[in-house]
Design a protein around this ligand. Structure first.
Ligand code: HEC
Length: 141
């Protein structure tokens, strides 16, 4: 029973939604899922999950300890299309092999991953879509 459960979990963990890259974007939502911007906003702030603000300034100036290693996220929805944002979250190293931004939807060639998390992407397909939806709302005009 336990073995069957673990095998099922392992099989589930190993499957990523397939996606198509066109130029510098992943045009279609992962798994055809619809993102929820409010959940994406929470993930971007969440220090245990996205932890985006360790490297980026977000929208909320009162949020402590925001980083400046990456560009500020404000206005990103004006600079980039949803598809371009999606590719950058899924695997920034496809665009910049030397990037320090972690790949949030990749399970191969990761270093320093704790045993319990091996074979799983940092964010699920649904979470990627939630964050894409949120970032698309960060427009400058
Ligand atoms: C360890 C640092 C780091 C973390 C953590 C990180 N990023 Fe980044 N990010 C970067 C850097 C550096 C860049 C600049 C692009 C490059 O590296 O080539 C970048 C670029 C981006 C871009 C493109 C911005 C633009 O204007 O072109 C987006 C969007 C983005 N990050 C979103 C996120 C989100 C959302 C998270 C959390 C889920 C996140 N990043 C986590 C470092 C990080």
């Amino acid at each position: 029973m336990l073995v069957a459960l673990l095998a099922a979990l392992a099989a589930q963990a190993a499957t990523l939604e397939p996606y198509r890259v066109a130029a510098d974007a992943i045009p279609d939502p992962l798994g055809g899922l619809v993102g929820v911007a409010a959940r994406g906003a929470a993930l971007v702030k969440d220090r245990e999950r996205g932890n985006c603000l360790i490297c980026h300034h977000g929208e909320d100036p009162t949020e402590p300890f925001q980083g400046a290693i990456g560009p500020p996220l404000s206005g990103v929805g004006s600079r980039l299309s949803a598809g371009q944002i999606r590719l950058r979250l899924v695997d920034m190293s496809r665009l910049d092999p030397a990037t320090v931004m972690p790949p949030y939807y990749r399970t191969e060639n990761l270093s320093d991953v704790a045993e319990a998390y091996r074979g799983q992407p940092a964010l699920t397909a649904q979470e990627i879509e939630d964050v894409v939806s949120y970032l698309a709302t960060l427009r400058t005009e």
